[in-house]
Each structure stands twice: as structure tokens, then as C-alpha cells.
Write a protein that binds this ligand. Structure first.
Ligand SMILES: C[S@@+](CC[C@H](N)C(=O)[O-])C[C@H]1O[C@@H](n2cnc3c(N)ncnc32)[C@H](O)[C@@H]1O
Length: 316
């Protein structure tokens, strides 16, 4: 039973939902040491989106280094930081941000546990390079002793009926009744049943969670991190919280959640979404729901007749 806790604006360890409208770095500096089990975010990528001003890459990374230092300080010794990033693109040249972020985390003594590839099937069609269809989540822990709960995020096994064929357990089921490890490749197109990969669409206009935010997390993406890397009542923080997707992933699963964003419009949407969640009216894709697959019979799946001749020409 999820209780309807009050949303407060300043961190208090006895509260459960904190939404702070402020600059990230200054707020992080005000937070106590080692209180958060998970810091998870998608920082601005320095692309000049409506919520950021593009700056020189090294200046951007210096600023992010300050943020990550603070996050490391406020994360508990058995806690994690998950940094979800894509590419910075300058004059057509691509800089994969995870390559630039890795040494920042490493220099702070954090240890990489997974570099998760989040693959999605929609996006801009590039004309001078291959279209980008994945981003990554760098999962770091503060130490070797960290929370990792595999059972709540297992996915159905491909062959649940597989048996041990030799040894003491010969003839007994070899898998796990709760399913298998979801792997470090989380995709939208692949079939969970066939490939054992986690199936998460990105949030585009036909997604039930879409708000006015241009780069919103699907809640289920963060739910997987929350379920695997924290326990009930632990604190989860998203330092660039946008419209509150990580916050909802946390409170939906009985964790305590805090988010920071400096944009009053996003803060207002985030609070509305929390209230809608509490009243049961927030539209969300349920965790693990398979992605709709076209049957091939839809009008948009049909080859236009004027293209059929050209296809024939290529086959001859
Ligand atoms: C990539 S978006 C995160 C979106 C979020 N994952 C969601 O699901 O809504 C980055 C966010 O960082 C916020 N932001 C950028 N610079 C900031 C700063 N210095 N302090 C606080 N928030 C900032 C922007 O307003 C934006 O909402």
C-alpha cells in the first residue's frame, strides 16, 4: 500500500518525497554525507537543448566533475551511482560521453559494475553517419560491498524447461523459477522471450508518459535500477530530475526520493505527476510490458506502390 506522503522542498531525512527547485551543485553541497543509496540521472549532454547553454566540452566536464564529487560524498558506502548518457555532437563530430565520464568516476575511486546499453528503435535519421539508436548507463559502486537484488528484475527464461544433464542435479531444472538475469543490454525491439533482454521504449510522443520535457526517462528504465540497487526505505536522488521520472520510480517502489531541477516548469510537472501517481491517475508503462510489435498489416508497414518497381529493379 503506497501512502500519500507530502512533497517537501528541502531535504529532511525523516521525509519521503523531496522536490527541490534550485541549481544542482549548490543543493548537493547542502546535503549530508552518505545518506543516499542510489544517485541516478541523465545529466544535460551539453547539446544546447532548451534547458542548457552549450559550452566548451572541457568546461562542461569540469562542471560535471564537481557534481559527481558531491554525489560520491552523499552516496552510502554500499550505494551506487548510475549515469545515463548519450553523445555530445560538435560540428558533426561525435563524442560518446561515457568515454569522457569514465575517468572522472574512476579518479574518485568508484568501481564500474556494468556499462548498460539502452537500445531504442526510434529517433532522428542521420544522413552523414549511421543513425544513433542506443545510449548507455554507467553503473558505479562506491565499494566492493554493494546492494544488488537480482530477483526483482529477472526476465522470463528462454528455455525454462531446461534440465541439468549430468552431476548431482541431473534431471532437475537448471534455471531459476523467477527467470534469468536481464543482461546489460536493455532494448526496445528485441523480444524479451527470445533474447532475454529488457524491453524499454524511449519516451516519444506516443508513449503514455510523455510530458513537455524534451528528454524524459521512461519510468520503467529507472525502476529496474531502483529495484536492483536499493532496498525499501532507502534514499534515491536524481540531481537533474526533470519531470520527476526517477522520483516516481523510487516512490512507486516504497523508496524515499529526492530530485533537483532548476526549471520551475519541470518542477511543477514533476509535482503534478507525483500527485497523479498518488491518486492512481498517472499513466505509466507497466514494468516489463512487452513493446507493441507491428503485424506488418498496418498501412504504414506497407511498401508504397511507387517503390515496388525500384525494389524489383534492385533484385534483378
Ligand atoms: C536530460 S534532462 C533530465 C530529464 C529527466 N531524466 C526526466 O525524466 O525528466 C536534464 C535536466 O537538468 C536540468 N538542469 C540543467 N542544468 C541544471 C542545473 N545547473 N541545476 C539544476 N538543474 C539543471 C534541466 O532543467 C533538465 O530538466
Amino acid at each position: 500500500m503506497i501512502e500519500n506522503h507530502t512533497i517537501i522542498s528541502k531535504f529532511d531525512e525523516n521525509s519521503r518525497i523531496v522536490v527541490t527547485e534550485s541549481d544542482t551543485l549548490s543543493t548537493l553541497k547542502s546535503l549530508p554525507n552518505s545518506k543516499f543509496k542510489l544517485a541516478v540521472s541523465s545529466p544535460p549532454y551539453n547539446l544546447g537543448k532548451e534547458y542548457e547553454k552549450q559550452i566548451e566540452l572541457q568546461h562542461y566536464l569540469d562542471w560535471q566533475t564537481e557534481i559527481i564529487k558531491e554525489l560520491s560524498r552523499i552516496t552510502s558506502d554500499n550505494g551506487s551511482i548510475v549515469w545515463q548518457v548519450g553523445n555530445f555532437v560538435d560540428n558533426g563530430e561525435v563524442y560518446p560521453l561515457d568515454i569522457h565520464f569514465y575517468p572522472i568516476f574512476k579518479a574518485l575511486g568508484l568501481q564500474l559494475r556494468n556499462r548498460i546499453v539502452w537500445h531504442f528503435d526510434h529517433g532522428l535519421h542521420a544522413s552523414k553517419r549511421f543513425s544513433g539508436r542506443y545510449e548507455t548507463l554507467l553503473w558505479f559502486t562506491k565499494s566492493k560491498e554493494y546492494t544488488f537484488n537480482l530477483d526483482p528484475v529477472r526476465v522470463p527464461s528462454k528455455y525454462p524447461g531446461k534440465l541439468h544433464y549430468k552431476g548431482d542435479k541431473k534431471g532437475q531444472p537448471s534455471g531459476n523459477p523467477l527467470g534469468k538475469n536481464p543482461s546489460d543490454y536493455w532494448s526496445i525491439i528485441a523480444k524479451e522471450w527470445d533474447n532475454g533482454i529488457i524491453d524499454i521504449p524511449n519516451v516519444k510522443s506516443n508513449h503514455p508518459e510523455k510530458t513537455d520535457h524534451p528528454c524524459q526517462f521512461p519510468i520503467e528504465l529507472i525502476e529496474r535500477c531502483v529495484l536492483a540497487l536499493t532496498n525499501e526505505d532507502d534514499w534515491v536522488i536524481d540531481p537533474f530530475g526533470g519531470v520527476g521520472s526517477s522520483l516516481i520510480a523510487a516512490i512507486k517502489n516504497e523508496r524515499r526520493g529526492m530530485m533537483i531541477d532548476r526549471d520551475p516548469q519541470y518542477i511543477s510537472i514533476a509535482k503534478d505527476r507525483v500527485r497523479a501517481f498518488q491518486s492512481g491517475s498517472l499513466k505509466m508503462r507497466p514494468l516489463g510490458k512487452p513493446v507493441h510489435k507491428p503485424t506488418g498489416k498496418e498501412k504504414v508497414a506497407q511498401m508504397p506502390s511507387e517503390w515496388l518497381d525500384r525494389k524489383q529493379e534492385r533484385l534483378i
